[in-house]
Design a protein around this ligand. Structure first.
Ligand SMILES: [Zn+2]
Length: 123
């Protein structure tokens, strides 16, 4: 296996940057970016990283847009997924500030509601 990839962005070779210019004299071209394998692999776990295939966000999203249907069909989602939770409503005292009519404001307490989503043990 080689130690680099060519960027998979479909328009990578049309982006006008100095780093893509190759050739000499009147035979210059814009070339797809060459990506060193594992350039952002800081964990050392040898797992491929998305940035081993794309030089930047634009190239990644150009690829995703062009191949969205094919990518979704790699792992089709034919039914919804659900994750059991408990929703807990929690009342607590909070404050707001109201004008007191004398050029200042006054701290006024009120009861607020906080909604907390708790995961449920599935086992
Ligand atoms: Zn690219």
């Amino acid at each position: 296996m080689s130690d680099y990839n060519w960027c998979h962005g479909p328009e990578c070779h049309t982006t006008e940057t100095q780093s893509r210019v190759r050739g000499s004299g009147d035979n210059k071209v814009l070339r797809t970016i060459k990506i060193k394998w594992g350039r952002y692999n800081y964990s050392g776990d040898e797992q491929p990283n998305i940035w081993d295939y794309f030089c930047n966000n634009r190239c990644l999203h150009d690829f995703l847009k062009l191949h969205a249907t094919a990518i979704a069909n790699l792992a089709p989602r034919r039914e919804t997924l659900e994750n059991p939770i408990k929703v807990v409503k929690n009342k607590y005292e909070n404050y707001r500030y109201e004008w007191n009519g004398e050029g200042g404001s006054e701290r006024v307490p009120y009861m607020a509601t906080r909604t907390i989503i708790k995961s449920v043990d599935n086992s």
